[in-house]
Design a protein around this ligand. Structure first.
Ligand code: SAM
Length: 257
């Protein structure tokens, strides 16, 4: 296993207990919401209303609630995650909700699934930030059927450029090279130790999509809503009112002509 995959597995196995309550609430939600500001589905439109008869895969599913939202729209769902502890929570919540999601333990950069197995792929802070884009984007293109969609949400590159090496809250000063954005190792960060995350400059994301034959249908930069309360993820609301902390790519694989 690549080093960062095993480092991230240990990190998430240890962190999993802190995600149970949040995961359980999301499984119970009547409408989907996304990311650190819990932005509504009505605003972002990440999920097709009807996925009846379609196969969907969640890449880095954590506690599995996104997969549940997909199955509620009619999809047959497979969800992969690298942490057995996160999967144990997901499986427990799936039992409580009579869900039929098929869970797989593994690295979303190398899914044990055939080519063209899915009509819809999604990641919310799963593969989207924890897998190397140079590996998982080609893997997603392999898994996707012609005419299918890949949607993912994660940290916007600017937020990563403005986050100090200590892992402290995002700042209004530039902390690292934008053009060198790729792997970021937070495992030794004093303020907020984490795992190894990934991002790219926007031009490199777009270049990668072109190389693997995915079409960019929409790009969203999420602004924090007005209000007083910050979130638990190191991004002050005042910052995210002015700058994009999160982004969304909506991509598709052209249908065969
Ligand atoms: C923040 S959770 C994402 C799930 C959920 N949408 C959420 O926001 O809670 C991140 C998940 O990515 C998983 N992950 C990290 N590296 C991975 C990899 N290489 N392959 C699959 N999953 C991975 C972690 O185990 C963790 O459960």
């Amino acid at each position: 296993m690549t080093d960062y995959v095993s480092i991230n597995r240990s990190f998430w196995d240890n962190y999993a207990p802190e995600w149970v309550t949040r995961g359980a609430a999301a499984w119970r939600a009547s409408e989907p919401y996304w990311g650190i500001w819990e932005t509504s589905e009505a605003e972002l439109n990440l999920l097709p209303a009807d996925l009846q008869g379609l196969d969907a895969i969640e890449l880095g599913c954590g506690t599995g609630y996104v997969g549940h939202w997909l199955e509620q729209r009619g999809a047959t769902v497979t969800a992969i995650d690298n942490s057995s502890k996160q999967l144990a929570t997901a499986q427990q919540l799936a039992r409580e909700h009579h869900s039929e999601i098929g869970f797989l333990m593994g690295n979303a950069e190398q899914c044990p699934l055939p080519n063209e197995s899915a009509d819809f792929l999604i990641s919310e802070y799963g593969a989207a930030i924890w897998c190397d884009p140079l590996l998982w984007i080609p893997e997603a293109a392999r898994l996707l059927r012609p005419g299918g969609q890949l949607i993912f949400l994660g940290n916007a590159p600017l937020a990563m450029v403005c986050t100090p090496d200590s892992g402290a809250d995002v700042t209004e000063t530039l902390q690292r090279s934008y053009f060198d954005l790729h792997a970021m190792d937070w495992s030794e960060a004093e303020a907020d130790p984490g795992g190894i995350e990934f991002n790219l400059p926007l031009s490199r994301w777009i270049d990668l999509f072109l190389k693997v034959g995915l079409v960019l249908d929409e790009y969203l930069e999420i602004q924090a809503p007005e209000g007083d309360v910050d979130n638990a993820f190191g991004t002050p609301r005042a910052w995210a009112r002015q700058f994009p902390a999160e982004h969304v790519f909506k991509l598709s694989k052209p249908a065969r002509s």
